[in-house]
Design a protein around this ligand. Structure first.
Ligand SMILES: Cc1cc2nc3c(=O)[nH]c(=O)nc-3n(C[C@H](O)[C@H](O)[C@H](O)COP(=O)(O)O)c2cc1C
Length: 213
């Protein structure tokens, strides 16, 4: 198994999403020591915003691209290689201005490639990134899974939608929510998220044992 961990918090070592997502990656590794982990920190190694050379270059045959077009499309190709090589993908993001972090949005822009990760056929759009398990770890100051602010959650519906469009429908969400509501709320949010991480890791260990038996 190969795990791709994509982190994107702008808050460095204080990030709850990075901490919980890293904990999940480590526990999945412990469940399957033969697994490989690739970490892409989108703040330390950000992807460029897509630009005119990208938006034209992706629709051209490789041999027709200018040097700059080849460079910017090459960035996307490398990110796609990371994505396709993974069986399990962990996407970690803070809830920033009611949506995902802009660095993760840039990652989405680079992995959404016509003819590579989706295609249009007689039956409409078809996602080409299949057979992946995706975990989303979302940390938010407020609570958006229930209550009055549910309609302000533009992160999880967006991610679920675009991932499904690309073929990734096996998606599980781990929320670290309400962390802006005081120290007790942070403790409770982390405990709830960690309990979910532990349940996921235990299920993965059981599945590995069953497969080996
Ligand atoms: C620039 C910025 C914008 C934020 N916007 C929101 C927001 O719209 N709603 C919210 O509930 N929390 C918001 N927060 C709080 C973050 O969601 C919270 O700090 C969360 O823990 C960030 O994830 P991280 O810990 O992985 O960095 C914002 C934080 C920052 C730094």
């Amino acid at each position: 198994m190969s795990i791709l961990l994509v982190t994107s918090s702008p808050r460095g070592a204080a990030s709850h999403s990075t901490r919980v997502a890293t904990d999940l990656a480590q526990k999945l590794l412990a469940a399957d020591p033969s697994a490989k982990l690739v970490v892409h920190d989108l703040v330390a190694n950000p992807l460029p915003h897509i630009d005119p050379d990208y938006a034209t270059g992706i629709y051209m045959p490789a041999e027709a691209r200018s040097q700059r077009q080849a460079e910017v499309v090459g960035v996307s190709d490398a990110v796609l290689d990371e994505l396709f090589a993974a069986d399990t993908i962990i996407l970690a993001t803070g809830f920033i201005n009611f949506n995902i972090s802009s660095t993760l949005k840039s990652w989405i822009d680079h992995v959404s490639r016509s003819g590579k990760t989706f295609a249009y056929g007689e039956n409409g759009p078809k996602g080409l990134v299949t057979g992946k398990k995706v975990y989303i770890v979302l940390a938010s100051g407020g609570i958006y899974s229930e209550g009055a602010a549910v309609q302000m959650d533009h992160a999880i519906p967006y991610l679920r939608g675009v991932l499904a469009f690309l073929g990734m429908t096996d998606v599980e969400v781990i929320r670290v929510e309400g962390v802006g509501m005081g120290a007790d709320a942070v403790t409770a949010a982390l405990a709830k998220a960690t309990a979910k991480v532990d349940a996921i890791a235990a299920a993965a260990a059981n599945a590995d044992q069953a497969a080996a038996a």
